[in-house]
Design a protein. Structure first.
Length: 149
C-alpha cells in the first residue's frame, strides 16, 4: 500500500515521501496517528503540484540567502564592552550583542542563528562567529571586541 508521509517517521522516510508499507501498518498506525495519508491518484497529483511549488519557493529562498552571504562575507563588526584596566570584560560578549551589531550594519538576523566559535568571550580582542543564514548556508563573521572607555 502506498502512502504519503505527513511528517518524518523513523526507519521509514521523511516528510512528503511516497513510500510503500504493509496495509495493516498504514491502516492501523500511520493513518490514524496522522503520520501519513493514502496515496490515491488524485492525492499523488496534488502532492506533485505541492512539491513543485515548494521546490520553486525553496530555490528563491536559497538564492536570497546566497546573495546575503556575499554581502556579509567581508563584514567586520566592532563591539564595545565595559572592561577593567587589564582588558577583562565585565560579563561577556554574547550572541545578542552580535545580533545588535549586525542589525546596526543593516542585516536582520535572529540571535538563535548565531554561534560564537570557542569559549565565551571575556577579553578584548578579535574573534569569529558563525551565522546560519538558511538551512545549511552559513557564513563566518569576524568581529572585534574593544574597550568602551
Amino acid at each position: 500500500m502506498e502512502i504519503i508521509l505527513k511528517q518524518d517517521v523513523e526507519n521509514l522516510g521523511h516528510k512528503d515521501d511516497i513510500v510503500t508499507v504493509k496495509p495493516g501498518y498504514a491502516r492501523n498506525y500511520l493513518i490514524p496517528q496522522g503520520f501519513a495519508s493514502l496515496a490515491t491518484v488524485s492525492a499523488k497529483k496534488i502532492h506533485a503540484e505541492n512539491m513543485r511549488q515548494k521546490a520553486h519557493k525553496e530555490a528563491k529562498l536559497r538564492e536570497q540567502a546566497e546573495e546575503m552571504v556575499k554581502k556579509i562575507e567581508g563584514l567586520s563588526l566592532k563591539i564595545a564592552a565595559k572592561t577593567s584596566s587589564t582588558g577583562k570584560i565585565f560579563g561577556s560578549v554574547n550572541t545578542i550583542m552580535i545580533a545588535e551589531a549586525l542589525e546596526k550594519a543593516g542585516y536582520e538576523i535572529d540571535r538563535k542563528n548565531i554561534s560564537i566559535k570557542g569559549d565565551s568571550i571575556k577579553e578584548v580582542g578579535n574573534y569569529e562567529a558563525s551565522v546560519k543564514i538558511y538551512k545549511n548556508i552559513k557564513v563566518n563573521i569576524a568581529f572585534e571586541v574593544f574597550s568602551e572607555q
